[in-house]
Design a protein around this ligand. Structure first.
Ligand code: IMP
Ligand code: MG
Length: 174
């Protein structure tokens, strides 16, 4: 089986959208420190690019949850693989994700974080596949809404590969 990747969103388009999102977030959090939580591993590329363009104070932490194996379908099981290093109590927390698909991971994660008493809690995702939603999730900032296809690049993987592509591509197997 030959894998191939076709560009869905170009590097230029991703970068200019991230710049616009960073400006919006900077305005919304004026005078505040944003505590960005990156959901590993997929969200890491997006979080760095976003954080670099935000001009208010930023601190970062990382968390790793898993709901997928090396398959492209959701197992529906969410497990904390790595918890945060610091408490989020009283902080203005912005969760940064690569993609919201079924919504299972994020709905679980947001509920768990809310219980830890942040001053505010918002969600920012680079990609959203609304057609695939099974569980409702409130997304505050969305980069792109995309059709139901398996995408890779900009942090997103297929079987741990392709995360380093500087664009978003659709993978196919011919
Ligand atoms: P959800 O719980 O179904 O919303 O999916 C959450 C996670 O599944 C995302 O954070 C991704 O890591 C992974 N995922 C979902 N769709 C894709 C995709 O198209 N490409 C790569 N990873 C995906
Ligand atoms: Mg993810």
């Amino acid at each position: 089986m030959a894998e191939s990747v076709k560009v869905l969103i170009s590097e230029e388009d991703v970068n200019s959208r991230i710049r616009a999102m960073a400006e919006e977030i900077t305005r919304d959090y004026a005078g505040k420190q944003i505590h960005m939580i990156c959901v590993l591993k997929g969200g890491s590329f997006f979080m760095c690019e976003l954080a670099k363009r935000i001009t208010t104070q930023v601190s970062i932490d990382f968390m790793s949850v898993s709901s997928y194996g090396s398959d492209t379908k959701s197992s529906g099981v969410v497990k904390i693989v790595k918890d945060l290093d610091e408490s989020i109590q009283g902080k203005d927390v912005l969760v940064v994700e690569d993609i919201v698909d079924s919504g299972r991971t994020l709905s679980y994660l947001m509920e768990m974080l809310r219980d830890r008493g942040p001053a505010s809690l918002r969600l920012c995702t680079l990609l959203d596949k609304p057609d695939r939603r099974v569980v409702d999730v409130d997304v505050n900032y969305t980069g792109f809404k995309i059709p139901d296809a398996y995408v890779v690049g900009y942090g997103l993987d297929y079987d741990q590969r392709y995360r380093n592509l500087p664009y978003i591509g659709v993978i196919s197997f011919d």
